[in-house]
Design a protein around this ligand. Sequence first.
Ligand code: FES
Ligand code: FES
Length: 200
Amino acid sequence: MKHSHSNAMSMSRRFFLKSSSALAALSFIPNSLKAFYQDVREKLFVKKQMIPIQLEINKKPYSLTIDSRATLLDVLREELNLTGSKKGCDHGQCGACTVHINGERTLSCLTLAVMAQGKAITTIEGLADGDNLHPMQEAFLENDGFQCGYCTSGQIMSAVACVDEGHTGSVEEIKEYMSGNLCRCGAYNGITKAIQQVSK
Ligand code: FES
Ligand code: FES
């Protein structure tokens, strides 16, 4: 018992010594360097600024005031309640947030909303024609292209673009051009079959 107490004492003493030398080192940073870091911080961390923007989403115009730093994904989900586009990684790595901008698949988590002004944005909510599902949505249903469904809207948006781009020559080609869309349930076979069905 006594032994572990003295161990703890010596550990906290070592920690104290390390921390204080780190703090002491900081105090020796010259003022010019501190000013430089301050400058970089201010340039990197853009301050919040509310701005008015107009967006055209699923053929409907929207006027709203947003933080100039907001991503299209956050504006869709949080400002406009268009929650079909999902936030998976928020870092451009899973494809769950895929939308079309001017007909091209785009990761909305990596797109600033202000940059999407004047462009035609299509989300999964705008893919169906009224009550008629888009052929790709039908094909996903028929081929078991989803399980939990979390990745599905992004997969469908990419799948539609994959067909439009003509990247459906073989299963390998489809897999390559769909590789930016990850599915944690592993519904890849159904997704590939759905794309083959629509591309025929
Ligand atoms: S949420 Fe955009 S790529 Fe993952
Ligand atoms: S169906 Fe569950 S993550 Fe793809």
